[in-house]
Write a new protein. Structure first.
Length: 348
């Protein structure tokens, strides 16, 4: 069999096995239950805010609100990947309502970026997640910066988690920038109205309910915790894994497995990372329901071992140590090209 055909067959054979086992079937009961719990908890927090009134104890509710909104973001992510319903339209509208109406974020902006990431994870010229302005993922990206940018890059690993406190603001801003751009579609203009209304109503309600100082503290704390928790869920998945050079060709199975990292853990890890701790399986089967990822993991791991494909899995705090070290090493390698090789060449 020609080499290219062998590579295609590797994934299709695995996919057929997973499909035959029924592991791609939707789990609507699971998602309806989870959405009911998450949205019910959200309503309880809002009710608690109204009842508590003018009190610094509201900051406890700000933290709780941030954690619940992270779970809403995970549900929106799953729905945008069409994991919940058989109907694409129902998945899309659920994702829009959760993202736009509850989170104040644009699902169309997120989807356009996220689809490119899934198509070419960690590829230097194609993955938008390694083309960020705030962080440098390759020595070349550091070399293109000025003195301040290079100074920052040398310490960006240590600054990464503090920067995540601004991620919540950044997500809202990027959403509005995308939706309000010239040439936005009619659907995006409607989405812009929903997102803007949600943000305005939320901020206005805080300043009506609380004095300005407490309202500002509530808003700042909620956005900071939301950003850190969401960023900490996405950070271990690919950061510190090999960067695929521009133009390099990899078959689908190797592309998804070799650039992704799983996180070991139990129920708490599943909850805190929203199922993204099974990142390899998620990338191989993007529409697979979240609770099924744990079931398919042993199959995927054994299949990779059988075909000599490295399967990365570490503990949560080990992953964070890798991320911090990797980001710092990018700046180091920019000064000394013989330090810390970050690009792994694969034979295809």
């Amino acid at each position: 069999m020609p080499a290219q055909q062998q590579y295609v067959s590797l994934y299709t054979d695995l996919l057929q096995t997973v499909r035959d086992l029924g592991l791609l079937r939707r789990r609507q009961g699971y998602y309806v239950t989870r959405m009911s719990i998450v949205l019910g908890t959200l309503l309880l927090i809002v009710g608690g805010m109204v009842l508590l009134g003018n009190s610094w104890h509201q900051l406890w509710l700000a933290g709780a609100l941030a954690l619940v909104l992270v779970q809403v973001a995970f549900l929106s992510h799953d729905s945008a990947h069409r994991q919940i319903f058989d109907s694409n339209a129902r998945n899309d509208w659920t994702a829009r309502i959760l993202a736009g109406g509850v989170l104040g974020m644009s699902v169309s902006w997120w989807r356009s970026k996220h689809n490119k990431h899934h198509a070419a994870p960690n590829q230097a010229d194609r993955d938008p997640d390694v083309q960020l302005k705030a962080l440098a993922f390759t020595p070349q990206a550091v070399a293109d910066r000025g003195p301040v940018g290079r100074w920052f890059a040398a310490r960006q690993g240590w600054l990464f988690f503090p920067l995540l406190t601004l991620e919540g603001v950044g997500l809202h801003a990027s959403s509005l920038k995308h939706l309000l751009r010239r040439g936005a579609s009619r659907t995006e203009r409607v989405e812009a109205g929903v997102v803007a209304t949600r943000i305005i109503v939320y901020v206005a309600a805080l300043y009506v309910l609380l004095p300005a100082g407490k309202a500002t503290a509530f808003l700042g704390l909620q956005l900071a915790i939301f950003g850190v928790c969401l960023g900490a869920a996405f950070a271990p998945n690919h950061k510190g894994m090999p960067i695929v050079p521009a133009g390099m060709k990899l078959d689908f199975l190797r592309r998804q497995v070799l650039t992704s990292r799983n996180i070991r853990g139990g129920v708490f890890t599943d909850l805190a990372l929203g199922g993204l701790n099974y990142q390899i399986e998620h990338h191989l089967f993007p529409s697979m329901p979240r609770p099924t990822l744990r079931q398919v993991q042993p199959i995927v791991r054994e299949y990779c071992e059988l075909h000599g494909i490295a399967y990365a899995e570490v503990g949560l705090f080990t992953s964070y140590r890798i991320v911090v070290g990797y980001l710092n090493d990018v700046g180091l390698q920019a000064r000394d090209p013989f330090q810390c090789p970050l690009v792994v060449q694969y034979r295809t």
